[in-house]
Design a protein around this ligand. Sequence first.
Ligand SMILES: [Mg+2]
Length: 388
Amino acid sequence: MKITEVIAIPMSDPIPRERQHRTDLGTRVKSDAVLVMVKTDEGLTGIGASLGSPPILCAVVEHELAPALIGENPMYSERLYEKMYNGSRWKPALERGHAQPGDGRRGVTMEAISGVDIAIWDVKSQIMGIPVYQALGATRDSVRAYASGGWAPGDEAEEEMGGYAKKGFSAVKMRVVGRDGFSIENTIKRVTAARRGIGPSVELMLDAHGSLDVTTAIRLAKQLEKFDIAWFEEPISPDDHLGLAEVRRSTIIPIATGEREFTRFDFDDLFFHRSVDIAQPDIARAGGFTEIRRIGSMASAKGIRLAPHAWGSGVLFAASIHMAMSAPNCHILEVSQGYMPMMYELFEEPYDIREGVVYAPQKPGLGFTLREEALKRFEYIPGPEYIF
Ligand SMILES: [Mg+2]
């Protein structure tokens, strides 16, 4: 079995004007993804997906990564990951047993490597005839999910978050900055409404998208404690691991972060500084199945739980399901409540999500088939995802 072709296809999912709204990130006008296909000489094709800027990612996949993979056996997934990560020095890196990365250790190169690695695991599991999570080593066949959304302003948070609970979710996440902007008073008002809507027993999480400074995050956390918050996500910039440790030490609310970190080395630094209780690597950014599995193991050694960030295309969500079924310390999985046809209408098969629980797909590989019209429907639209 040999890899014969590696293809990257840019994709966009435009958001209709009436569904667009302004948050701390700006106004989102579309969602982008890059679909990666790894083809083999025996007719099997694996699919993967990357986050990030599609034109740059496609160039990295086709010009930098594909030449290193053509002719290789997809069963050697660890070797292929090391080849992509170490670049021209992959041979001495493997012979001497330590990493010797090239220039592309973070950013789009890692996002491209992540997408390719997902596709390699898809095709590798298809060869074995089993779902990816069983190829990784299965822990479970279902996992508790949390509804991820919560942008409603003021008292409207009661109905929005209560609606997620009514769908059967036992955990829900809302944004710290709602459509009505940010102040501590405003967030407290929205959280009060949300708690009213979901009742006392549904878990409530908050996500600040890294938008606060350390002192504001600490002041907010102190006022949030009485609402029994399950985690406070990305309170401050992901670049300030020490600042995050300060926030963590100042509150009883568990801290979650990691969706914008790359590789096990970034997570090692987060763990070293004791900055985090729940690690949230994104499989399409942190390094695919190969690297996120290492991150999960490192986290478990520190008693840190794993909750993969799963906000993106259907391929990313499918890959995240398999990760959640495999990692023993993954206690919960994100299920987006945003407007996301590229997540929910990319495949022939629907996801099996019932009463707030996600069930594992049982077909070989990722277990999902692209809809025939998918590539045309999600044709790439140049330009940024957010307008400010
Ligand atoms: Mg987040």
